[in-house]
Design a binder for this molecule. Structure first.
Ligand code: ZLS
Ligand code: CA
Ligand code: ZN
Length: 388
């Protein structure tokens, strides 16, 4: 199909499970697991599944979840009575409010996306794949004993803990429009994980309200994790040129300094233009260029999903990024194949709609050249404290 061939000696594994896609957070909720169905349909209509090792993911075991989460939180998560929000107020463990409702099958949903990320990490540890993909994961806000921002179990932390069994140093990179606070906090005290998040930051006005440029980890005496959290706070409307320049410059410096032996890239698609919750002007091309740059480093790479609240754009980005992982992006027809399921949902028949097609009128870019350059010089200074 479409002339896609499996590249010799280069393995990509794809971890998914159609059961995950069937869960519903509730009618008005922005998180729609169904976007994964749309993405999968597009990936398969291009024939990309034939170029990957595909796995139907399994449930994470209780023991695996306890690698990060507390027993009492997991007990509660497993037995909580379905409580769709009647008011805004969350209850125990921040569950049951409007951001993190307790919906039908919640514990299965969490165990399944976590199982997929854990399996993907193990493929990398065993050298059974060069790039492992779990688009259903990337739920970066979940804490040890607390749900937060549509995230209940932190599959990224669980995957990184797997990688740390084999890998001395893991670089975590997060291009979701929100700050990757849960992952940052989990590895606050170790110098074996460096976390780097790019996000919209506007003090407490944008969720979760953390991720200022100065936040590089608690530098109390003797904390080896000090200086290993890097944050790139951005304003509304950032475009591909600025975003990709920042990404390559900063990731390049982090890799040079920290010398990671594995990379986890959270590909939250809410940083794309036209996202229901996001505020940026990043396009599928720019978002994908971040994935391509990570691939070019030739370090074992785990790709996870994350946010993304305009399903057609999520599907475009993750299909394009799957093609980059496989190495067939250059030969892919940008016209969405006729037989793609739900093709009418894409509105425009291309993988790469223009900003005008996406937005009508682009959002004003509030990121000045000076501000973007200042971010790089500050981070360059911060990295002087990191020794590999
Ligand atoms: O990074 O901003 C908040 C918290 C609130 C405001 C919104 N109300 C509902 C609750 C209290 C302070 N929450 C954010 C969470 C964003 C999580 C991003 C996750 C990720 O992309 C990784 C997966 C937020 N922003 C927007 C909403 N919540 C939100 C918008 C619309 C709705 C519908 C359902 C629920 C209530 C009406 C809701 C939440
Ligand atoms: Ca981010
Ligand atoms: Zn997000």
């Amino acid at each position: 199909e479409n002339g896609i061939v499996r590249p010799k000696g280069y393995q990509v594994s794809w971890h998914s499970n159609p059961e995950i896609e069937k869960h519903h957070f509730g009618h008005a909720h922005p998180m729609k697991p169904w976007r994964l169905t749309l993405a999968k349909g597009l990936i398969m209509s291009y024939g990309m599944h034939a170029a990957m090792d595909t796995y139907v993911s399994r449930l994470a075991t209780r023991e695996e979840l306890e690698d990060f989460h507390s027993e009492d939180y997991l007990d509660y998560l497993k037995t909580a009575k379905v409580a769709m929000p009647d008011d805004e107020t969350p209850k125990d463990y921040n569950l049951g409010g409007s951001d993190c409702p307790i919906f039908e099958g919640l514990f299965n949903y969490c165990s399944m996306y976590a199982g997929a990320s854990i399996d993907a990490a193990r493929k990398l540890c065993n050298n059974e794949s060069d790039i492992a993909i779990n688009w259903s994961g990337g739920l970066h806000h979940a804490k040890k004993a607390e749900a937060s921002g549509f995230c209940y179990v932190n599959d990224i932390v669980l995957a990184i803990l797997q990688l740390l069994r084999k890998h001395p140093r893991v670089l975590y990179i997060d291009i979701d429009v929100h700050h990757g606070d849960g992952v940052e906090e989990a590895f606050w005290s170790t110098d074996r994980v460096m976390t780097l998040s790019m996000h919209k930051y506007d003090g407490l006005n944008f969720f979760p309200g953390t991720g200022d440029l100065d936040r590089t980890g608690p530098d109390n005496e003797g904390n080896p994790g000090a200086h290993h959290a890097i944050n790139v706070p951005l304003s509304d409307g950032i475009d591909d040129d600025q975003y990709v320049w920042l990404f390559k410059t900063i990731v390049g410096k982090c890799v040079e300094k920290f010398q990671p032996t594995a990379i986890v890239l959270q590909c939250g698609a809410d940083s794309l233009a036209g996202d229901r919750l996001g505020r940026f002007n990043v396009q599928v091309q720019g978002h994908g260029a971040c994935v391509a740059f990570c691939k070019s480093l030739n370090i074992p790479l785990l790709l996870v999903g994350g946010g993304g609240y305009t399903p057609r754009n999520v599907a475009r980005a993750w299909a394009h990024e799957t093609s980059i992982a496989i190495g067939c992006d250059a030969t892919l027809d940008p016209i969405i194949p006729e037989h793609t399921p739900y093709r009418e949902h894409f509105r425009h028949n291309t993988l790469f709609p223009t900003l005008e097609q996406i937005l009508g009128e682009p959002r004003v870019n509030r990121n000045t050249k000076k501000k973007v350059e200042d971010i790089v010089s500050t981070i360059t200074e911060q990295l002087r404290f990191v020794n590999s």
